[in-house]
Design a protein around this ligand. Sequence first.
Ligand SMILES: Cc1cc2nc3c(=O)[nH]c(=O)nc-3n(C[C@H](O)[C@H](O)[C@H](O)COP(=O)(O)OP(=O)(O)OC[C@H]3O[C@@H](n4cnc5c(N)ncnc54)[C@H](O)[C@@H]3O)c2cc1C
Length: 556
Amino acid sequence: MYPKYMMESIKMVEKTRPKRLELAKKLGKEVFPGMTEQERKEVLDKYHPDYQSDALRELRIGPNKGEKMVNEVVDIMESYPRNHPDTFDLDKIEIETDVLIIGAGSAGLSAAIEASNGGAEVTLVTKLRLGDSNSMMAQGGIQAADQLDDNPTLHYLDVIGGGHFDNKPELVEALVKDAAPSIKWLEDLGVMFDKNSDGSMMVKSGGGTCRNRMHSARDYTGAAICRVLRDEVQNRPEKINFIEYTSATELILDNKGNCAGAILYHMENKQFSIVKAKSVIIATGGFGRLHVRGFETTNHYGATADGLVMGYRAGAKLMYMDSVQYHPTGAVFPEQIVGFLCTEKIRGLGAQPVNKDGELFVYPLEPRDIEASAFIRECDKGLGVETPSGLRGIWLDSPLIELLVGEGTIERYLPAMLRQYKRFDIDITKYPMLVYPTLHYQNGGLEIDANAETSIPGLFVAGEASGGVHGRNRLMGNSQLDIVVFGRRAGTNAAAKVKKGVKLGKMSLKHVEDYIKEVDKLGIDKKKISPVILPDYIPDHVKAKQLATEYQGTLI
Ligand SMILES: Cc1cc2nc3c(=O)[nH]c(=O)nc-3n(C[C@H](O)[C@H](O)[C@H](O)COP(=O)(O)OP(=O)(O)OC[C@H]3O[C@@H](n4cnc5c(N)ncnc54)[C@H](O)[C@@H]3O)c2cc1C
């Protein structure tokens, strides 16, 4: 339950609620004027974390040398490789496969299914368990223009506008054209989307979109999709060999510059091994666990940008690594779920963001970067609510949903959210949720073409690890779509390439040797190592004790 002092602020929210309800009944979502382009620019410049003067710095190494990126990305790119090439004998190949897929979220799983459909022998490796991923945690939904009042062109315009016109057009075209067929593909595999009583698809609105095109499965859409894809992969044991608790730590090229495999690290037995592959697909997801600018995150523990590091060292270019998506509504109370995502669907259903005095201060469904910046502005003005541990937040007035749409709506459409808060004795049908922006999504990533291939022959990238689809700001529901569209394209094209015939040359880690020389020149601390693999949350005083114990152990 909320502490007494927060209840005082909640009373203010309750006081303004009837008027705001009346407004919502009259005006729908337009309860507060949307920002003009000028106002958007001002709020971003002043409050968005990416726009702060110390947010970015120049990368001094590799294909994007000289470009500014967020500090935490520059740090991992300017780090030493986890494995020194000298310690590997590349003739000792432990696995040989047609297509190696790194990462088993929905992008990797979709790729595996299509690569096996294309007749390729597939090896899928993943850091944790099959499906442990951001994909599994997605809540709100997946976009597709499949309604009578909608079409791919409108979807295209929304994606480009939301991305600040920085998207790679051929990728957006692929995204919106493949959208409706992807929903059908998922449904045919067994995904149960929410339906209306007449059997038609139920669609809701999302921030920055001109039509209702969000398909969902309650508020656990990601799990509904990812579990079906995982089952499908598990049902093809003769075609897809999956290996859990195994992280790729470096890509291997051949002497002609083709991607030829990877070094794998088994996280339980701590052994490295070599895999040779005719095509490789990076589907390692995003970077939330780098905690850019100290932000909490919605992301799962394995989201440490490993694919970016491996791809970049091999020579693939990055796009838009100066741009991070902070989701406006991350939980800040109770402490146990700080950073946890409170889906945009909550606002889509009618919940309004209000300050500590219960006043509306922003249009509820601005694109995420604008909405998040407006939340930060409100808190900077001193109009947020402070938590007992000193975090700040604004209220998301969820009880409005029931008043607007009817009793039982939250239980029906947001059952996971209702249950999550009930664990802490907060009933979101009666009390608002305290939220603040949380690090949610990596807008940029490795550059691909519409076939999901990089500039390195045989290296494909799909999902959040890729860049260019969403420009510098992704709209809700387009990532669940992206991972299926480009996961499938990567799988299909990787298999097709193998079928055409790939003749690999001698396996080589020369690109890693060259990279080390560059890092040496920068005088980087040798303890800085990437890929990160798992975030390190152990406090220094505990680490000191652990080292001491280990050392004594070796002495005895
Ligand atoms: C809480 C939450 C809610 C979201 N809700 C929505 C939504 O409603 N709609 C929407 O469109 N988007 C949503 N998103 C975003 C979207 O779900 C993700 O961007 C998308 O699922 C990413 O899929 P992916 O397959 O690229 O990566 P992931 O699903 O993160 O999968 C990456 C996989 O790679 C593995 N991996 C990482 N590094 C390595 C390595 N070195 N070796 C081997 N394996 C590795 C990981 O362990 C993981 O299994 C949400 C994200 C979060 C976190």
